[in-house]
Design a protein around this ligand. Structure first.
Ligand code: APR
Length: 180
């Protein structure tokens, strides 16, 4: 089941909450900063160990750590695409390719996070609105991509039964609710 909640994801009780991280996994602002602040140093410790072993996390990929002091059991960190306005002299097919690529990368964040949750046998996952803050992905484009990705994933049998979008402000909540 998919639900839409207006609130702070650091207070949300799910098996895993998803973090809109950056490739360094060293924390940042926005929801990344909030999760590290509320979850405590154990999360960053596991992120550092991951990067030491595997290197930076590529856009669209996901990795999982403890949730530290958060109500959730795990944090799944994923890296959204940094939105680029496709213009300039590129020919139309090149523009289309670039547009399609960033759409796919955003979709991959949701699919790969859910795959990781299923691998761990988790039942409930909560997502923030990935890439629509500092990464400037337009909300009206991102919301339908996100909701469709989750709907597509839930069509296949897996341990994941409940997915929540936890949205931090009214415009974001409305955009996702409308895409639902
Ligand atoms: N709970 C839920 N959503 C939140 C919270 C929170 N506590 N804090 C912020 N958000 C929302 C923002 O309002 C926005 O809708 O998360 C969405 C994503 O915004 P960002 O956190 O800026 O994430 P993103 O756009 O993916 O940019 C990622 O920002 O914080 C850095 O390290 C991060 O470099 C990375 C980049």
């Amino acid at each position: 089941m998919i639900k839409f909640v207006k609130g702070d994801i650091t207070n949300f009780k799910a098996d895993a909450i998803v973090n809109a991280a950056n490739s360094s996994l060293m924390g940042g602002g926005g929801v990344d900063g909030a999760i590290h602040r509320a979850g405590g140093p154990a999360i960053l410790q596991e992120c550092k160990a991951y990067v030491a072993r595997h290197g930076r996390l590529p856009t669209g990929q996901a990795m999982i750590t403890t949730a530290g002091d958060l109500p959730a059991k795990f944090v799944i960190h994923t890296v959204g695409p940094i939105y680029k306005i496709i213009r300039g002299s590129d020919d139309q097919s090149e523009k289309n390719r670039k547009t399609e690529d960033q759409r796919k990368k955003l979709r991959d964040c949701y699919i790969n996070s859910l795959k990781l949750a299923a691998e761990k046998g988790l039942s409930s996952v909560a997502f923030p609105s990935i890439s629509t803050g500092a990464y400037r992905y337009p909300l009206e484009e991102a919301a339908p991509i996100a909701v469709q990705a989750v709907k597509d994933f839930l069509k296949e049998p897996s341990s994941v039964k409940d997915v929540a979008f936890v949205l931090f402000n009214a415009p974001t909540y409305e955009a996702y609710k409308n895409a639902g």
